[in-house]
Design a protein around this ligand. Structure first.
Ligand SMILES: *Cc1c(COP(=O)(O)O)cnc(C)c1O
Length: 373
């Protein structure tokens, strides 16, 4: 059976049209469309509260948040990071003139391997940029310990971790700062958007300057800033979506639970570890396909799904260090675990409203590829 409507890897959350119209109606009186208006400021404070972090600075997208945070924290020289991420993490470092140093990941949760960080530290190293990939929380304690011993800054890319907690603490509260993305494809969206979350109040004015041309007063420009401001329409979308977020996360959780029922214990199929100390946002449904045990490889599974109008995505393949724009720059042999995972990983469709029947259809197709079924 082929699904008549395509099932994509994700589907953007949206409020009802009426709710959004109510949220934006006053803009037709005020004509305040951007430049840190009331919707922007309200969303900024609500997000800080939701994430249980003292401060949030909104940005127009997650990538802008990364570049702004890198600048605000003063990262330069070399920064240790992961090749198993979205292009944005590495590009932000390179665009800020930094040399990314690729560190391998852990084989179980695909986050930066703390045991491999220290051997990569040189006199030029100024920071560590780990990624909570798929919402799998990094080993924040081990990373903090290494950073403290070597005087390094830690900036987390938390684009996948919005809404999670680790031992009850907000996922955005670790490191010197954590960035998040509110892109349309993420668990929580503002259409396009992002934020830097932090505990050190002195970062606030620095980020405010960076996102608004360095302007500090009607006649004063104190630094060479850019324009990374979130507009009122995006902020209004965020205020609406935030009201429904917990429900959306729980619906995602139901779909994930169905996947787990069907795919757990199948030889050659590896699911994400479940951690009792993390409240998951159920952002992604990564599946590692081990051909020798399963009888089919990742690409065969991906093609079989596509033939039925189901579009899984190979996140994160290729590794950033294997991109054409970085050819010759990174030693792929230096991150063998990341390479192995990238060759086997597939992200299955997961979003609020994906039905048990749809998940069953996807699982039937996957299981049909294996030799054991
Ligand atoms: C989405 C994403 C970003 C970039 O966010 P945008 O809002 O799309 O600019 C950065 N890092 C990771 C890991 C992401 O998934």
């Amino acid at each position: 059976m082929k699904f008549s409507d395509s099932i994509l890897v994700t589907r953007s959350s949206m409020p009802s049209l009426d709710e959004y119209v109510t949220e934006i109606r006053q803009m037709w009186d005020t004509r305040w469309l951007t430049n840190c208006g009331p919707e922007h400021n309200l969303l900024e404070s609500r997000l800080a509260r939701y994430c249980d972090v003292p401060y949030a600075s909104l940005m127009i997208n997650g990538h802008a948040a990364l570049e702004a945070a890198i600048e605000a924290l003063g990262l330069h020289g070399e920064v240790i990071t992961t090749p198993f991420t979205f292009a944005s993490t590495t590009h932000a470092l390179v665009r800020r003139g930094i040399t990314p140093v690729m560190c391998d990941i852990r084989p179980d949760d695909y986050t930066l391997d703390p045991e491999r960080i220290e051997s990569l530290i040189t006199p030029r190293t100024t920071g560590i940029v780990p990624v909570h990939v798929y919402g799998h929380m990094c080993d924040v304690a081990a990373i903090r310990d290494i950073a403290d011993r070597h005087g390094l800054k830690v900036l987390y890319d938390g684009a996948h971790a919005f809404g999670e907690t680790l031992d009850g603490a907000g996922a955005m509260s670790f490191g010197d700062a954590t960035i998040c993305s509110f892109h349309a494809t993420k668990v929580f969206n503002t259409i396009e958007g992002g934020a830097v979350f932090y505990r050190d109040s002195s970062l606030g004015p620095v980020l405010a300057r960076i996102r608004n041309f360095g302007i500090t007063g009607p006649e004063t420009v104190e630094s060479v800033g850019g324009n990374f401001k979130m507009n009122e329409f995006c902020a209004a979308m965020g205020l609406c979506n935030l009201r429904h977020l917990d429900e959306q996360i729980s619906l995602r959780g139901q779909a994930e639970a169905r996947y787990r029922e069907r795919l757990t214990g199948i030889p050659g199929l590896v699911l994400s570890p479940i951690r009792t100390d993390v409240a998951s946002n159920h952002a992604y449904m990564p599946l590692v396909v081990d051909e020798t045990e399963f009888g089919a490889d990742r690409d065969e599974v991906c093609h079989a799904l596509a033939r039925r109008n189901i579009y899984a995505r190979k996140y994160f393949y290729p590794l950033v260090s294997d991109f054409a724009c970085y050819r010759g720059r990174f030693d792929l042999e230096a991150t063998p675990v990341a390479r192995k995972v990238a060759a086997r990983i597939l992200c299955l469709p997961l979003y609020a409203g994906l039905s048990a029947e749809q998940v069953d259809g996807i699982c039937d197709t996957i299981l049909g590829c294996g030799t054991g079924v």
